[in-house]
Write a protein that binds this ligand. Structure first.
Ligand code: GLN
Length: 483
């Protein structure tokens, strides 16, 4: 079946003419049409446009000018701007907003001949860990549709896990690519901060946001990364490209690799079954010759508190631009201030409002030093402690999440619990480190993700290691029970 292939397999079959680009795109559009009602992965589909792109891709394939992604469909998180396709961030405040330009990553994907298959559901403005704060729909985990796929890139993850796209783009501010990857048993990769241009990504917390791929395999994640990374003149924080060699990717070896396991990564909320699955996975790696050393990184338990000051602070400023004047729907009111206030009151959901208030508070005169400044100090200290670990060890390993996918609604009354889900993923955003989540086992019959983190700009080394680790778990790897 076409839709169960990886991106690399599709690309090969397109080049050998075993498949055609329109045939591939049509297969995904058909599958979305018949299956997505169950999963709620997509917010917008433009089938005609996708087919037009597929026909163009076929011309490149016929002319022999194809790249590694020509004709491959990619699903896009709906906080990434797509010219001519509604981009809502799953918020009522952007309902009907059609961007007049493409994000840099989208431009790069189309230049490479990839097909935009659709826009995917997320937590409103990517604020959340379960995709339940979306103003429009619930997304469901293909392993068990009564459970959350995780978030905030829930739709992009479900699209890949349920074979509605071979690969997709997500964004990761505190774990939003890796957490759903862990919950849905796929690969989720957050590159080093700055490797992908953020131009056209609707900003949440600019010092933490990073775009990255969700995929079935590490190889696919690397292929997509190669296309979307690189310096872009419209994002001054983007760094010059260093491509990942796909042939070297496959040469990585586990023998003699030195991994550090920070003992603080098992926080109080770690499910014992997740801990057991993680220990089992680590033992398997040891048998392959990996040296795993337990270390201490004392700032890890401060990560969630620190993140939930810095991220809302940046969000409170970034979300100031949604005023009903420039984008999206506008509420009725008396005069400018009233119109803006009503538009924001009607347009933003509860979680977003809470973050704007917390962020504004943390930045206000008198509280700035007590909250924001101290959070930045902890962030610097945490980055330093991880940098020290990377001097001695190749990578840091941990579970991706303290628990497995939970039933929808189970945590909606408990915002603290929900935020603690980001416990293991936040450090990578704090320090701008690259990190990847891989399916490494099961607990309660649901996938458990293993997270590997590398030093800044260590993306290639990280992906090589991840590729080798993926081989170790290959025989136990399972796919969700989907039709
Ligand atoms: N769950 C975190 C939050 O709610 C992370 C979100 C993200 O990475 N976009 O902020």
């Amino acid at each position: 079946m076409i839709t169960s292939l990886t991106a690399a397999e599709i690309a090969t079959k397109l080049r050998t003419k075993e498949l055609s680009a329109p045939e591939v795109t049509q297969a995904y559009l058909d599958r979305i049409a018949s299956e997505d009602e169950k999963y709620g992965a997509f917010l917008a589909i433009d089938g005609e446009r996708a087919m037009a792109q597929a026909n163009e891709a076929q011309k490149q394939l016929d002319a022999g000018t194809a790249t590694a992604l020509t004709g491959v469909p990619v699903a896009i998180k709906d906080n990434i701007s797509t010219e001519g396709i509604e981009t809502t961030c799953a918020s009522k405040i952007l309902k009907g907003y059609i961007p007049p330009y493409d994000a840099t990553v989208i431009r790069k994907l189309s230049e490479a001949g990839a097909i935009t298959i659709g826009k995917t559901n997320l937590d409103e403005f990517a604020m959340g860990s379960s995709t339940e704060t979306s103003a429009f729909k619930l997304s469901r985990n293909p392993w068990d549709t009564s459970r959350t796929p995780g978030g905030s890139s829930g739709g992009s993850t479900v699209a890949v896990a349920a074979n509605m796209a071979p690969v997709s783009l997500g964004s990761d501010t505190g774990g939003s690519i890796r957490l759903p990857a862990s919950f849905c048993g796929v690969v989720g990769f957050k590159p080093t901060y700055g490797r992908c241009s953020r131009f056209g990504l609707v900003a949440f917390a600019s010092s933490l946001d990073q775009i990255g791929p969700l995929a079935k395999t590490v190889e696919d994640a690397a292929i997509i990364s190669n296309v979307i990374t690189g310096h872009c003149s419209q994002d001054s924080t983007s760094i010059p490209d260093s491509q990942i060699s796909i042939s070297d990717l496959k040469k990585g070896s586990l023998k003699g690799m030195k991994l550090a396991f920070p003992k603080e990564m098992y926080g109080d909320g770690t499910d014992p079954a997740v801990r057991e699955a993680t220990e089992f996975a680590l033992d398997e790696l040891r048998r392959e010759g990996v040296e795993i050393t337990e270390i201490s990184i004392p700032t890890i338990p401060l990560g969630v508190t620190t993140y939930y000051i810095i991220a809302p602070a940046e969000a409170s400023s970034n979300l100031g631009r949604f005023d009903g004047v420039r984008y999206g729907p506008r509420s009725e009111g008396q005069g400018h201030i009233d119109v803006v206030a009503k538009t924001r009151a009607d347009g933003f959901g509860h979680e977003v409002k809470a973050r704007i208030m917390i962020g504004t508070y943390a930045l206000s005169a008198g509280y700035y030093d007590a909250f924001y400044l101290r959070a930045q100090q902890v962030r610097a200290m945490m980055t330093q402690q991880f940098n020290d670990a990377f001097k001695e060890f190749d990578l840091v390993v941990s579970p991706t999440a303290p628990v497995v996918a939970f039933p929808l609604g189970a945590m909606s009354q408990d915002p603290m619990q929900l935020k603690l889900l980001d416990y293991c993923t936040i450090p990578a955003n704090m320090g701008g480190f690259p990190a990847i989540s891989l399916q490494a086992g099961f607990a309660h019959g649901l996938p458990v993700g293993l997270q590997l983190m590398g030093p800044q700009m260590g993306d290639e080394k990280l992906l090589q290691a991840a590729f080798a680790v993926e081989r170790v778990f290959e025989t136990q790897r399972k796919s969700p029970p989907i039709p």
